[in-house]
Design a protein around this ligand. Structure first.
Ligand SMILES: Cc1cc2nc3c(=O)[nH]c(=O)nc-3n(C[C@H](O)[C@H](O)[C@H](O)COP(=O)(O)OP(=O)(O)OC[C@H]3O[C@@H](n4cnc5c(N)ncnc54)[C@H](O)[C@@H]3O)c2cc1C
Length: 348
């Protein structure tokens, strides 16, 4: 394994990490910069559609510090659109500190805010590395600087581009103070001198976004409902499905053996009837999973367990026969679920 010795490791390539790394390099330090996402810039994020650049993180820079502006002007020159936004409608909060107060210079970048990050990254190109999943794990370093590792408020953004705009809005930033969900709408086209298209970036309130994102993270894996990359299918979903199927079987088996363990007479009901009830429960659970998720691996684990029980008790027809019947019915519900989905698709 190759070892590289550096003076300092910077983690996170937002504006802060990039600027810090650049300053350290200017002071003769050897720096290694690590970033977990696929691109540089962090919240200085720009989406490009044809010749239109739309910022969906920071829409404009604002600062009082002359040093900050000196660095920005030096790096970006004619790309800086000083004074944007000029037209602001509504009096909701932009970002903090008060960005549009007198004496605070504000500016957008013609090519989008991500240009600033890209220019800074180009200056750091030698020492910059985008991380892969395999890079994560225990690590040691002489000195480490962490940027952007604290949890930040997520903000959902909607980007819309109209090729032939109905009309140009009379604002650049719209701050709907009374809206519980929308925080800001910005007209990105006015940053672009070509300006033929109309580009809008609509941002939700952080609290509203957080609520939505939190509930999204509580959603189950979505197996059988959403399409994911093949690697995730094989290495995450498949093992989880088999595991879930196995846990289902194990839970039923444990519940079945509980009365025996507690020396409970089962309300005087014959053991064969109890077994029928348990197998019916297995069938209902499997059928529900099949019709709602169509998860073959999950059902395969249950079918495998049913075969195991039937084979083990082959000499006892009172056990083997109903278990084989349950096996057949479970398999049938899986086939029916897939058949119904094919019919639905054809009708659509
Ligand atoms: C919606 C919104 C609008 C804003 N508008 C403005 C504005 O108009 N003007 C303005 O001046 N400021 C604005 N801000 C604030 C501005 O975005 C931030 O102050 C600034 O971008 C923060 O830069 P940063 O480098 O500290 O963090 P970030 O930009 O968040 O960068 C952190 C980086 O660290 C990386 N990272 C995190 N964890 C790890 C890890 N474990 N390993 C490797 N990498 C990691 C992230 O992927 C990211 O690239 C806005 C912020 C938001 C959210």
């Amino acid at each position: 394994m190759q070892t590289r010795k550096v003076d300092i490791v910077v983690i996170g390539i937002g504006i802060a990490g990039l600027s810090f790394a650049r300053t350290m390099q200017q002071h003769g330090r050897e720096v290694l910069i690590l970033e977990r996402s696929r691109a540089v810039g962090g919240r200085c994020a720009t989406w490009r559609h044809a010749d239109l650049a739309m910022d969906y993180g920071v829409p404009f820079l604002h600062a009082r510090s002359p040093l900050f502006w000196q660095a920005v002007d030096q790096l970006l020159g004619a790309d800086v659109l000083s004074g944007w936004p000029q037209r602001v409608q509504g009096n909701g909060p932009t970002c903090q500190p008060r960005a549009l107060d007198p004496g605070v210079r504000h500016a957008a970048l013609r090519g989008g805010l991500n240009t600033l990050a890209k220019k800074l990254a180009a200056a750091n190109a030698e020492s910059l590395r985008l991380l892969k999943d395999s890079d994560f794990g225990p690590a040691t370093a002489g000195a480490m600087a962490l940027f952007g590792l604290t949890p930040t408020l997520p903000t959902l953004s909607l980007l819309a581009c109209y090729e032939t705009p109905p009309s140009q809005p009379d604002w650049e930033l719209l701050l709907p103070e009374t809206s519980a969900s929308i925080q800001l709408i910005s007209n990105e086209s006015s940053k672009n001198t070509a300006g033929q298209k109309l580009g809008l970036c609509i941002q939700a309130q952080p609290a509203w976004s957080r609520q939505r994102l939190d509930s999204a993270s509580r959603l189950r894996l979505g197996i059988g409902r959403i399409t994911v990359p093949a690697a995730e299918n094989w290495f995450v979903r498949l093992p989880f499905s088999i595991y879930l199927g196995w846990i289902t079987v194990a839970t039923v088996a444990n519940v079945t053996s509980l009365p025996d363990y507690l020396k409970w007479d089962g309300l005087g009901i014959a053991p064969e009837i109890w077994m029928g009830i348990v197998l019916a429960a297995v069938l209902v659970i499997a059928a529900l999973m099949n019709f709602t998720r169509r998860d073959i691996a999950y059902t395969a684990a249950i079918l495998w367990a049913l075969v195991g029980i039937s084979v083990k008790h082959a000499a006892v027809p009172a056990v083997a026969l109903p278990t084989w019947i349950t096996f057949g019915l479970v398999a049938l519900t899986l086939a029916a679920a897939f058949f119904l989905r094919r019919t639905e698709k054809t009708v659509r």
